[in-house]
Ligand binder design. Structure first.
Ligand code: CND
Ligand code: ZN
Ligand code: ZN
Length: 374
């Protein structure tokens, strides 16, 4: 029996407030309105950004359904939707692409200026697509994938290869694309260069994969958890170091190790101190440092401007700098063409109802990516 046009009752992990446990609830998901798409989620990764929203380091409206790294199948579409149809395999996007604003038309921009309209987790008319116990439940970066069904807007959904394995390509929805793009698209790592990656989680390892694909000859991984080193090396790190093993600043350690030749550094943790460490660790005159970790909300960062005065470049990027609606399907095609291996990033696969275990593994530093399947 078709569910199109009807409210769907299903399970979702609802976060009722900051620092509360995720609660698996029965929710109602409204049918898609004009230009909206309702998606049956089949696989979703857990990213540290979801954890930032739980702790309050990243803003969200409560109650909220988190999750933003997923793949699924279109269940039904609203009036006017032309780029996807029921049955299509899709990845919900964390960035929209209007295709018309100054950011979308510039080849280097991917942060669509229309983004702010949905910043509060509700649609333009103030409504939400989810309800639980009679209360509206907000969305998270328009994706909300810790649910059996979600609703997104057409410009935030990318149709992907019908043969793509969803339990793997879900990582292309965030972590993989973010890291890989940070290296090849944002930093534009050059062949033969030396790179240093701070933070060896799913995003950091994807940065390493991007540095390797770009032809870097030395890739140094940095993490305070040495258990991350083995997998970092498996994806391409040439060596790994733990800042806790040194008394001097990590930037000095890297300078000595490389005869002062670190061309590119990346911060994939989300801390101010490591953002400065990463900046100070790239070459003072030609180095580029990319801020990939989400900066803690509402906190100012102070730094010595001399760090930039000699010529360093400091950049940030969202989703690796990719133009989501156009580039995500291409990355899925690249995966299908075996240009990179997502299995190296997936340490755990759990059923959706074990989401708590997935977060526990992340908190304990025991996972790279946990994929939840439905
Ligand atoms: P994950 O938790 O898997 O990895 C972070 C790693 O950092 C862990 O291995 C930690 O041990 C390590 N770490 C923690 N503190 C330190 C420290 N002081 N020094 C060195 N290493 C440390 O996180 P993830 O890979 O899922 O995400 C990483 C960041 O990227 C996080 O801030 C997330 O919110 C952000 C991000 C950004 C974007 C974007 O579009 N820019 C997209 N997704 C995620
Ligand atoms: Zn735009
Ligand atoms: Zn993410």
């Amino acid at each position: 029996m078709s569910t199109a046009g009807k409210v769907i009752k299903c399970k979702a992990a609802v976060l009722w407030g900051p620092n509360q446990p995720l609660s698996i609830e029965d929710i109602e998901v409204a049918p898609p309105k004009a230009f909206e798409v309702r998606i049956k989620i089949l696989a979703t990764g857990i990213c540290l950004t979801d954890h930032h929203a739980i702790t309050g380091a990243m803003g969200a409206n409560f109650p909220v359904i988190l999750g933003h790294e997923a793949a699924g199948i279109v269940e039904s579409i609203g009036e006017g939707v032309t780029t996807v149809k029921p049955g299509d395999k899709v990845i919900p996007l964390t960035l929209k692409q209007c295709g018309k604003c100054s950011s979308c038309i510039n080849p280097n921009g991917n942060f669509c200026l229309e983004m702010n309209v949905t910043a509060e987790g509700a649609w333009n008319d103030g409504t939400t697509s989810f309800t639980c116990k009679g209360k509206p439940v907000y969305n998270f970066i328009v994706t909300s994938t810790f649910t059996e069904y979600t609703v997104s807007s057409e410009s935030w959904v990318a149709k992907i290869d019908a043969a793509a394995p969803l339990e793997k390509v879900c990582l292309i929805g965030c972590g993989f694309s973010t890291g890989y793009g940070a290296a090849i698209k944002t930093a534009k790592v050059t062949p033969g260069s030396t790179c240093a990656v701070f933070g060896l989680g799913g995003v950091g390892l994807s940065i390493i994969m991007g540095c390797k694909a770009a032809g870097a000859s030395r890739i140094i991984g940095i993490d305070i958890n040495p258990h991350k080193f083995e997998r970092a090396k498996a994806v391409g790190a040439t060596e790994c170091i733990n800042p806790k093993d040194y008394t001097k600043p990590i930037s000095d350690v890297l300078k000595e190790m490389t005869d002062n030749s670190v061309g590119y550094t990346f911060e994939a943790i989300g801390r101010h101190d490591t953002m400065i460490d990463a900046l100070a660790s790239c070459h003072m005159s030609y180095g580029t440092s990319v801020m990939v970790g989400v900066p803690p909300r509402s906190k100012m960062l102070t730094y010595d401007p001399m760090l930039l005065f000699g010529g360093r470049t400091w950049k940030g990027c969202l989703l690796g700098g990719w133009k989501a609606k156009y580039d995500i399907p291409k990355l899925v095609s690249d995966f299908m063409a075996k240009k990179f291996d997502l299995d190296l990033l997936i340490t755990h696969v759990l059923p959706f109802n074990e989401i708590h275990k997935g977060f526990e593994l992340l908190e304990k530093g025991e996972s790279i990516r946990t994929v939840l399947t439905f």
